[in-house]
Design a protein around this ligand. Structure first.
Ligand code: NAD
Length: 340
């Protein structure tokens, strides 16, 4: 990394080589987000049935076309490989990759932590970023902090939209106050059809009354559709188990019991049903109680608000890694860096 190559008379820093694991809604959006970037190139992509790798960079559109028409990036000629052990196989090849975005379902609730363990076992060193959502999932990763550190992995967790962008906004807004009373996150998501984001929707259903992560994981597509038919495609979520709470607590900002997350997801309309926002209430040093509100633009999609921050944190993580700083970090303690 950061080795410089001579191009004519100018020095250009080498682009960061990025892999995206999981090539569903967010994985494909991540490839599109990276396509125009100069500082990062997509060299690896993997899904459940295969992976593709190209040292000089993969074409996002070609990866997406193969995934959508055949069901896997593994069909991409000549870079694809079909395998049901895509992550293991990719790691066994030891291709040079500086950082991976884990755009994987966290179903079951320990799946992403188990992938982190695979990375540790493989001896790979570099930076990992996830957009994981549940408090109990982040807690599993927290327990792996020392192992990650010893393995030479810099792991950035909770770096999507919520947790992620909104948690970081809360951490920033907290600075105006002497004492924080409440952090209230409310999100609105609009997607044209639920099948573009199957894992996201299943994980949301798992927060509804009468469901668990396990029951949502094992629902068939038809069962999900039947549920959505009953609610006109809309999911209303309250008091979710979201890692924004543990992340803000760990960062020393506010106790987890003062953090709430809820939202409305419309699975049949790309227009957001409500504006996504975070309200941070506290007391200033003069004794005034006030609320800062950070509201996302309604035109910004879930994919934009997850993938942008994920790569911003990946870049920040690569900076830490280059300085020999390994272990586990959350979106509430590190500032993301804009990827050019
Ligand atoms: P998806 O269902 O659209 O796609 C999942 C992808 O992972 C598919 O390509 C699938 O083939 C692949 N996959 C599954 N098992 C695999 C395995 N064992 N090896 C390799 N690939 C595998 O998922 P999505 O809706 O894009 O969501 C991805 C994740 O992003 C979810 O965990 C979701 O909770 C999270 N998310 C986070 C936020 C946030 O703000 N933090 C917002 C939305 C989604």
């Amino acid at each position: 990394m950061n080795a410089e190559q001579v191009t004519g008379s100018t020095y250009l820093p080498k682009a960061m080589r990025i892999g995206v694991l999981g090539f569903g809604g967010l994985g494909q959006a991540a490839a599109r987000v990276l396509a125009p970037k100069r500082e990062m190139i997509l060299v690896a992509a993997a899904d459940k049935q295969g992976y593709a790798y190209a040292a000089e960079g993969l074409n996002a559109q070609q990866c997406i076309a193969n995934y959508q028409s055949h069901g896997s990036v593994g069909y991409l000629e000549p870079f694809g490989t079909l395998t049901h052990r895509s992550i293991e196989d990719l790691l066994e090849k030891s291709h040079p990759v500086d950082g991976y975005f884990l755009a994987l379902p966290n179903l079951p609730n320990n799946f992403i932590p188990s992938v982190a363990r695979q990375f540790i076992k493989s001896g790979w060193r570099g930076v990992l970023v996830d957009a994981i959502k549940r408090t109990s999932a982040v807690e599993q990763l927290l327990e792996m902090k020392e192992e990650l550190q010893a393995a030479g992995i810099t792991y950035m967790t909770g770096c999507g939209a919520t947790p992620g962008l909104l948690t970081a906004a809360a951490a920033l807004a907290a600075q105006s106050y002497a004492e924080i009373h409440q952090v209230e996150i409310t999100f609105g998501v609009g997607i044209a059809n639920w099948e573009a984001y199957r894992a996201t929707i299943r994980e949301d259903i798992a927060h509804m009354q009468g469901f668990t992560v396990e029951s949502a994981r094992t629902m068939t597509d038809e069962e999900v559709e039947a549920l959505l038919d009953k609610t006109n495609g809309v999911l209303k979520l309250e008091n979710m188990e979201h890692a924004d709470d543990v992340m803000l607590e760990l960062a020393g900002i506010v106790g987890r019991d003062r953090v709430t997350v809820g939202g409305i997801v419309d699975t049949r309309n790309p227009k957001k049903p409500i504006s996504t926002n975070v309200k941070i209430t506290g007391r200033t040093f003069e004794g005034k109680i006030s609320t800062h509100t950070f509201t996302l633009g309604d035109e910004t999609s879930m994919a934009a608000n997850v993938c942008g921050p994920a790569f911003g944190y990946l870049k920040a993580g690569i900076g830490l890694y280059q300085r020999g700083i390994y272990g586990l970090f959350t979106a509430a303690e590190i500032m993301p860096q804009f990827v050019k």
